[in-house]
Design a protein around this ligand. Structure first.
Ligand SMILES: CC(C)(COP(=O)(O)OP(=O)(O)OC[C@H]1O[C@@H](n2cnc3c(N)ncnc32)[C@H](O)[C@@H]1OP(=O)(O)O)[C@@H](O)C(=O)NCCC(=O)NCCS
Length: 181
């Protein structure tokens, strides 16, 4: 299977099925889907049916203030295809794309049952747990893509991204705790 870029709307059915328990009236569009820096990636089966989707958009995290980070959203693998490595392939592709766009790191509001998946891909869990809007327990998971410790050079937050404005954080406040993954 090859990772492909898809429009946000193409992810909706899998988001509904996997992340919203199939609820027909569930909100499946996510804040950030239409951000100029957003992208949506997918894996499809032999019939072209999407079986894994993930999205990302620029969004700051309180865990790395002042840094240019991307937030991963809507990570979902169709139940019959889970546990076969598709999630790992897709998450790696998301990380690579975000890095190419200038991300200094990526983060997500990780559902507690999925934290082991992120850890397995080298992400870390930071901060206190919280209940997201849907009432599910979450933790922030993140992956640094550049050194940010003592001695690391500060990074300009504006005007230095190829292609213009899309690399800057969207200006929204950090939504961790407000929204589901
Ligand atoms: C979580 C999810 C995206 C993982 O995708 P997947 O295709 O099933 O995972 P993979 O097969 O690529 O697993 C990669 C590795 O992570 C491990 N892993 C996967 N899910 C895990 C979990 N929930 N807990 C601990 N480890 C997990 C696998 O064992 C595998 O380890 P390995 O490298 O030693 O073989 C997928 O199961 C899913 O969509 N779950 C329901 C929705 C969800 O929770 N989404 C995330 C919201 S934050």
């Amino acid at each position: 299977m090859r990772v492909r870029a898809v429009p946000a709307e193409a992810t909706y059915e899998l988001r509904r099925q996997v992340l919203r328990q199939g609820a027909p009236d569930a909100e499946v569009a996510l804040v950030g889907d239409v951000d100029p820096g957003a992208f949506h990636l997918a894996l499809a089966d032999d019939e072209g049916r999407l079986v894994a989707v993930a999205s990302a958009h620029p969004a700051p995290t309180e865990h790395r203030p002042g840094r240019r980070w991307w937030r991963v959203r809507g990570m979902a693998v169709e139940p019959g295809h889970q546990g076969r490595g598709l999630g790992a392939v897709l998450l790696e592709a998301v990380v690579t794309r975000a890095r190419d766009l200038g991300a200094e790191g990526v983060w997500a509001a990780g559902r507690d049952p999925a934290l082991g998946f992120y850890r397995r891909q080298g992400w870390t869990v930071e901060g206190e747990g919280y209940l997201a809007a849907g009432g599910l327990p979450h933790h922030t998971v993140l992956l640094d893509l550049v050194a940010t410790g003592p001695g690391a050079a500060p990074v300009s937050m504006s005007g230095d991204r190829p292609g213009g404005e899309a690399g800057a954080p969207s200006g929204r406040s950090d939504p961790a705790g407000d929204e589901e993954s």
